[in-house]
Design a protein around this ligand. Sequence first.
Ligand code: GLU
Length: 291
Amino acid sequence: MTQPVFRFAPSPNGYLHLGHALSALLNFDMARAAGGRFVLRMEDIDGTRCRPEFEAAIVEDLAWLGLEWEQPVRRQSAHFDEYRTALDRLDAMRLTFPAFESRAEIAHMIADRDVRERWPRDPDGVPIYPGAARQMRHDDRLARMARGDAFAIRLDIERAMEWSGPLTWAETGSGPQRETGAIAADPAAWGDVIVGRKETPTSYHLSVVLDDALQGVTHVVRGQDLFWATSVHRLLQSLLDLPAPIYHHHRLMLDSEGRKLSKSTQATGLRELRMAGATPADIRRLVGLAA
Ligand code: GLU
């Protein structure tokens, strides 16, 4: 049997909080218990929000917590060529299309449709892409690209699902409604998801599945907020012939009002807690893990 590989994959666009600590510690503990490896990955494709100082702070906080990981750390911003190759492959399969609508235009279309009947939302509550760029004539696409117009590269979800057929994933944790076991993927719930942009040849979904495969990740342990994103991940794995890891979605750390922690809630920031005198053992207790 191959050695299990676990990973923690933060985005260096802010400081870590207790929710990240739970995720990182769970991955580390599960890797240890399984005699597995533990890798760290910086998900920094968004060059406008990710900063080296956040990355340095993340590394410092994780080391303080007592975690050890393999070197080198994979940094997504160093791998755009690999993502572009995958995008080209999806394009050659005729499963993607450029969509030129701006965010404002999309918001306007949704507002229009919502007047008649509430337009469907994806599992994150974001309206499904309403546009018709999938039907655009090839010549028109080329003309707009030649003009230098901005565009998003979207996956034709229906065609992609025809290609892949029905998919499931193995869930050893649980979803928002306690779903566990073999879960039926439902990529259609996301509509024609964005897999890249003119300026950035990838998206969260595309880079996460490629990196998990390239790093040999066998177990994806992450928060329940990403449970239904796994539908898209399974679809992309199937289209790109990548192996499917086992998924374990864990409970979320909530604030006193029951909301998911955010990077701006200072009271639960690891740095603030450390400054206030908390020890790594205190953090373990605070996130509900055994010392
Ligand atoms: N980078 C993502 C985040 O910080 C996590 C991605 C994943 O674990 O799949 O929310």
